[in-house]
Design a protein around this ligand. Structure first.
Ligand code: ADP
Ligand code: MG
Length: 411
């Protein structure tokens, strides 16, 4: 079992005055502000809010907290477009502790701010992915960067749930170099995932959508042995429709996955898992073209169009298929929810999850875009049992894979 923050505190003789490196997930969606791309603002601060309990606990215990986080996928070098500044500014607004921002991760700015931090201060170090060692596949290069990080602190707390499936320097290697603990967010996320995998209350329904088709096909394999009902929407549904022999036009399609999908459909039949696919689809002439949006039958998608949402009949059918569930896990928007013309399928599924919560069941939303979707569509966080901060990490956990960032903590 991984140590808790309290157990770590005991091991190192208290947290007051100690420099504690905390890996957080501050990878929030941004949009350009009034000053353009150098002045970006946070559009969904869910991950920042979710980081607050651990940071507040450490600050109140008198630790000098150094936050490690990434934003987006910069190319291993500093890039102002991926600065953590907007996230750090939002954290400062939400927090009751002082928040500083270093202009580098392990360089002179980070070193000076780490040295100057007072008890209870929180300093966000600049994007860990500005350093090639963070995501390097070369163990030695990753370890060398982790050693530079370790030199800044006395202990490490892993609280970036969204990255625990990554074997990266600030997630994995750093834990091997310092006394470490699992943060409260990671502990809370795992608690919910255990409830989904160990003895889920039946009926257990899973809804999957989003755009990363091959990422999400893997989870189906494991869920076929666990869930009672599987609803498929989003970009991945077109590989299912194609597997059934339908034309999918210019929709997202992974032809090479068709045999896999056919295998899943066979297994679902054999294991008595009900697969729910859309019967109608909202299509458009080109990606995001709302003016050409129209509803067609799922088995009659015109060749020159692409599917961008499940249709209204399917939205109602999906909601009905979730209404009698006691446990629901949902990952991936049903359509391109960022545009109102393609958001109704996602709204219908989100609404159905709130009904499950209201009836006393457990509803879990996983995935960064899914979390952003429920918030932009106006749902309150507490209408759901849990909104996970990690899409990839929760999927890999549900796939039964080992997560390097948890294993290294002793979990
Ligand atoms: P999450 O972050 O919740 O795990 P993903 O990153 O897999 O979800 O997918 C989110 C994206 O999927 C959204 O930006 C949405 O626009 C896109 N999407 C959903 N349905 C479709 C579709 N039919 N075609 C293309 N993109 C889609
Ligand atoms: Mg996403």
């Amino acid at each position: 079992m991984a140590d808790t923050i309290e157990q770590l505190a005991e091991k190192i003789g208290g947290l007051a005055g100690r420099r504690v490196l905390v890996r957080c997930d501050l990878n929030v969606p941004l949009e350009d502000g009034p000053g353009g791309s150098e002045d970006r603002v946070v559009t969904d601060d869910g991950r920042i809010r979710a980081s607050l309990p651990t940071l507040t606990k450490l600050s109140r215990a008198g630790a000098r907290v150094l936050v490690l986080a990434h934003l987006g996928r910069p190319a291993g070098a500093p890039d102002p477009a991926y600065s953590l500044r907007p996230a750090a500014e939002r954290l400062a607004e939400l927090a009751d502790f002082s928040v500083g921002l270093a202009t580098d991760t392990v360089g002179p700015s980070a070193q000076a701010m780490a040295a100057a931090a007072a008890d209870g201060d929180v300093v966000v170090l600049e994007n860990v992915r500005f350093n090639p060692g963070e995501t390097s596949k070369d163990d030695a290069e990753r370890r060398a960067f982790a050693a530079q990080l370790a030199a800044l602190g006395d202990a490490f707390v892993s609280d970036g749930f969204g990255v625990v499936h990554r074997k990266q320097a600030s997630v994995y290697d750093l834990a091997q170099l310092l006394p470490h603990a699992m943060g409260d967010l990671v502990a809370a996320e795992i608690d919910v995932l255990e409830r989904l995998t160990e003895t889920p209350e039946r009926l257990y329904a899973v809804a999957l959508g989003g755009s990363k088709v091959s990422d999400k096909l893997g989870v189906i394999d494991n869920l076929l042995g666990k869930a009672d009902r599987l609803l498929i929407g989003g970009g991945m549904v077109f590989t299912f429709l194609a597997a059934q022999g339908h034309e999918v036009g210019k929709s997202l399609l992974e032809t090479d996955q068709i045999p896999t999908v056919l295998g899943y459909l066979d297994r679902a039949r054999a294991e008595g898992v009900e697969i729910v696919l859309p019967t109608d689809v909202v299509v458009a002439d080109s990606f995001g073209d709302e003016s050409s949006a129209r509803v067609v039958a799922a088995d009659a998608i015109p060749a020159e169009t692409l599917g961008l949402d499940i249709g209204p009949a399917s939205g109602a059918a999906f909601a009905a298929a979730l209404a009698d569930a006691r446990t629901v896990f949902w990952n991936g928007p049903m359509g391109v929810f960022e545009q109102p013309a393609f958001a109704e399928g996602t709204r219908a599924v989100a609404q159905a999850l709130t009904g499950v919560t209201a009836a006393g069941g457990l509803s879990v939303v996983g995935g960064g875009d899914s979390a952003a979707a429920v918030r932009t569509l106006g749902f309150a966080d507490d209408a759901f049992g849990h909104i996970s901060t990690g899409g990839g990490a929760s999927l890999e956990y549900l796939e039964g894979k080992e997560l390097p960032g948890l294993t290294v903590l002793g979990e």
